[in-house]
Design a protein around this ligand. Structure first.
Ligand SMILES: Nc1nc2c(c(=O)[nH]1)N[C@H]1C(S)=C(S)[C@@H](COP(=O)(O)O)O[C@H]1N2
Ligand SMILES: [Mo]
Length: 326
């Protein structure tokens, strides 16, 4: 078999030698391998994403080692879908708006201010922020509160690495993510759909869960503007709106923050917003979802899983009534 090096250094077979059937069989076989922690599992995941890798165009490549333990076996969404069907209200409310309007965002130079209840407040420029921990690739299922889902190979490192570095005080109970709100770069800022800046938040133990990924890239390259360049958070067990894009500030706070969607419709968007098929949105069911890319006439809906299938996080909510704390 011909072997070629992938952008992140994992050896790959050429795609011309992989028939869909082989890929399918390999996928089933690999579940065992990955469960056993085999690094070969990484090569397989790479196989599944390399077609998309070829499409990232002009964006700089971003090297990362795949973390199979935190990667979904589902087929990654097409790069085209992940970059043209977006929610990023700073660039408009239509799914096609961010791809069309986000070219005005300047993701460099960029810096992130880290402040609040920490012993070491700091402002880090993007390069310094990117060096805090080794980059990992993780294939996460993402579930939007609106009822659709995608599977995206993200690149970043666990937010816990940054949290460790700034040394939270005992008063740091919550963490707040603040997105850029610059009218000059973002035509949607000023519209009355949301209050600006877009703010999201987590309880500190949720923020420290290794699945919470401080994200700088996807599909082997840096983030496209419409996906939240140059840095966003990715929280695969929560509805998509919790994953704030284009972050400029991370604040450690004592009280539970008021977040963007919770402010406009508190009865519909709770602070926790864990993916939960047993708690419907007041206006629609959350029991199933449409996987983008599978939307043909005969495509069946998929069942939505508790915590979007990331049961690892369940212990964070032990003893909590998740209907009350939705
Ligand atoms: N700043 C900001 N972050 C945001 C949003 C937004 O409008 N503004 N939309 C959220 C929603 S509703 C979703 S589903 C995801 C979409 O991320 P993606 O476009 O990378 O798939 O981003 C989230 N992060
Ligand atoms: Mo969403």
């Amino acid at each position: 078999m011909l072997i070629k090096r992938s952008p992140n250094g994992i050896e790959l077979p050429f795609s011309s030698e992989i028939t869909p059937r082989v890929v399918f069989e390999a996928r089933r076989g690999f579940i065992k391998w990955v469960a056993a922690g085999s690094i070969a599992g990484g090569a397989f995941f790479e196989m599944a994403t390399r077609e998309a890798l070829a499409q990232t165009g002009g964006l700089p490549k971003l090297a990362a080692r795949l973390n199979p333990a935190y990667s979904s076996m589902d087929k990654p969404s097409a790069y085209k879908d992940a970059t043209t069907y977006n929610n990023f209200y700073e660039f408009g409310t239509d799914k096609a708006d961010p791809a069309q309007n986000a070219a005005t965002l300047r993701p460099r130079p960029w810096s992130v201010s880290i402040e609040g209840e920490i012993k070491k407040p700091m402002t880090l420029d993007l390069d310094a922020l990117m060096k805090i921990a080794p980059m990992e690739e993780r294939i996460y299922r993402m579930r939007c509160v609106e009822g659709w889902s995608m599977v995206i190979p993200w690149i970043g490192y666990s937010l816990s690495e940054l949290i460790k570095k700034v040394e939270p005080t005992g008063d740091a109970k919550y963490i707040e993510f603040v997105s850029l709100a610059d009218k000059k770069q973002m035509p949607g800022v000023g519209s009355r759909v949301l209050t600006w800046p877009y703010v999201e938040g987590l309880r500190i133990d949720e923020a420290n869960h290794p699945l919470a990924l401080l994200t700088f890239g996807m599909y082997g390259a840096t983030l496209p503007n419409q996906n939240g360049a140059p840095v966003r958070i990715t929280l695969p067990w929560k509805y998509g709106f919790k994953s704030a894009k284009s972050i400029v500030k991370i604040r450690f706070v004592k009280e539970q923050p008021r977040t963007a969607w919770n402010l406009v419709a508190p009865a519909e968007y709770g602070f926790y917003s864990n993916v939960n098929p047993n708690v419907d949105h007041p206006r629609w069911s959350q029991g199933s979802e449409r996987r983008i890319g599978e939307d043909g006439f005969f495509a069946r809906k998929r069942k939505t899983l508790m915590f979007n299938g990331y049961n690892d996080v369940a212990s964070l909510y032990a003893g909590m009534d998740l209907k009350k704390f939705f």
